[in-house]
Design a protein. Structure first.
Length: 107
């Protein structure tokens, strides 16, 4: 599996994870149990998709976290209209660097 396809899987996984969590959040804030149930299903789909990458579990989720962090902050900014602080963006940069170390580091 080439790196481009792996990053596409990571992006899809992050969208499923963040989207599922967002639905659960909305369901808990008045949208109802049906929305929560859909959120659970989407979170389950995230687990299936992210594990399509055949890496060691620690490397897989360690590198995936960088993608997840970026998408979750962007999702908060775009969907929930949150103002993202400079310290959050700085933290995202640190997480991305960590993800790159995990992905490209030696065994």
């Amino acid at each position: 599996m080439n790196n481009s396809f792996i990053w596409l899987i990571f992006i899809l996984s992050a969208l499923l994870e963040v989207g599922g969590d967002a639905l659960i959040r909305k369901g808990l804030r008045g949208w109802g149990i049906g929305v929560i149930a859909i959120g659970f299903i989407i979170l389950g789909c995230y687990g299936l998709v992210v594990n399509m990458v055949k890496w060691d579990f620690s490397k897989l989720l360690g590198a995936y976290v960088a993608c997840f962090a970026v998408i979750s902050v962007l999702f908060g900014q775009i969907v929930f209209k949150e103002a993202i602080s400079t310290s959050t963006w700085a933290g995202i940069v640190i997480i991305i660097i960590g993800g790159l170390v995990i992905q490209f580091g030696t065994k």
